[in-house]
Design a protein around this ligand. Structure first.
Ligand SMILES: C[S@@+](CC[C@H](N)C(=O)[O-])C[C@H]1O[C@@H](n2cnc3c(N)ncnc32)[C@H](O)[C@@H]1O
Ligand SMILES: [Zn+2]
Length: 315
């Protein structure tokens, strides 16, 4: 948990500013006296009132996602997202650069971004090819990307947030609904990242500073096609570019997009985790998946096909 929020947070009840309470980072209070205590795992629950109807990811779905992502299969995606979000954060004005990860899940992708900006790491271009001949690495250098990020991870699933709070203790982890007004002041963040999660375009545009960037990851046609039928993941349509642009409805203009294809070789357990961790997990039968797992070969070739799209607010 951050020692104090670095960005202007808004009370989810009355929309006035939230500040750390008398016991420091474990309580947030607003001027009207609304008070929010951190859960013992360190996240805050900002869901108030009835909110919108939703089907939050279950503990089992979240565990499947955590285990699959921890195995590193989507690591190149996390690195690509961090790379594409970095310029908006490195180009932030005064103060710490700030990011909102909407639908943060277990916090996996936010972790990569926090690491990229962690003090003491190599700068933004520290790829393998920059390693010095003979096995060393270039000396550490300081630069805009060595300023630690201020970060909020928001998700509607408290099971996800428990994991995210452990994964990213330096971030503010908030249970909240992306379809409600976000608990963040206007023009307060430099980047919003949305990885396979819902997009509230007007709210993302409101919280982004001018010059900030929205980074969205969507699946492309053929994503996980090899296992879609066996695992019951059929029917989850890849987002079409036009549909993505339409969903951002007049609030954002495309800046750049990068396609990333990963050829995965997955063991049986990771195939079923992959099926269970996504939206299909809401209706998949765990016993059928266990039977499938027993029948799968030791390794299955699976193509993951992503598009990472970067948008700028239009107004
Ligand atoms: C497919 S998961 C992706 C999670 C994470 N970004 C990742 O890629 O590992 C979608 C996430 O969106 C969250 N989510 C769904 N509806 C939401 C809402 N209305 N507000 C906030 N989060 C939501 C889910 O709980 C889930 O963690
Ligand atoms: Zn309040």
């Amino acid at each position: 948990m951050p020692s104090a929020p670095d960005f202007p947070l808004l009370c989810p009840v009355c929309r006035s500013s939230l500040r750390p309470g008398a016991d420091g980072a474990r309580t947030l209070v607003c001027g009207a006296g609304h008070s929010f205590d951190a859960a013992k795992q360190g996240y805050f629950n900002f869901l108030v009132g009835k909110g919108t109807a939703f089907e939050a990811d279950t503990a089992e779905m979240v565990a499947a996602r955590f285990d699959f992502l921890s195995a590193g299969h989507y690591r190149p995606l996390a690195e690509a997202v961090a790379e594409l979000a970095a310029p908006a954060l490195a180009g932030a004005g005064e103060g710490r650069p700030a990011v909102l990860d909407a639908g943060t899940g277990t916090g996996h992708y936010l972790r990569a971004l926090l690491d990229r900006f962690a003090p003491g790491r190599l700068g933004s271009n520290s790829t393998e090819s920059e390693r010095v001949e003979g096995g060393g690495v270039r000396p550490e250098r300081s630069g805009p990307e060595t300023v630690p990020l201020a970060a909020i991870g928001l998700d509607i699933s408290k099971f996800a947030l428990r994991r995210a709070a452990r994964m990213n203790p330096e971030a503010l982890n908030v249970v909240g609904d992306v379809w409600q007004p976000l608990p963040v002041a206007d023009n307060a963040v430099d980047a919003v990242t949305v990885i396979f999660a819902p997009r509230n375009a007007p709210e993302f545009a409101r919280v982004l500073r001018p010059g900030g960037r929205l980074v969205v990851v969507t699946p492309r046609p053929g994503h996980l096609a090899e296992i879609a039928v066996q695992t019951g993941m059929l029917g989850i349509e890849p987002a079409k570019d036009e549909r993505l642009a339409a969903s951002l409805g007049g609030h954002f203009a495309p800046v750049v997009a990068r396609d990333l294809d990963l050829a995965l070789a997955l063991g049986p357990r990771d195939v079923t985790r992959l099926a269970f961790m996504g939206p299909a997990g809401h209706h998949l039968d765990p016993s059928a998946l266990a039977a499938l797992e027993a029948a799968l070969p030791p390794s299955t070739s699976v193509s993951a096909r992503f598009r990472i799209s970067v948008f700028a607010p239009t107004a």
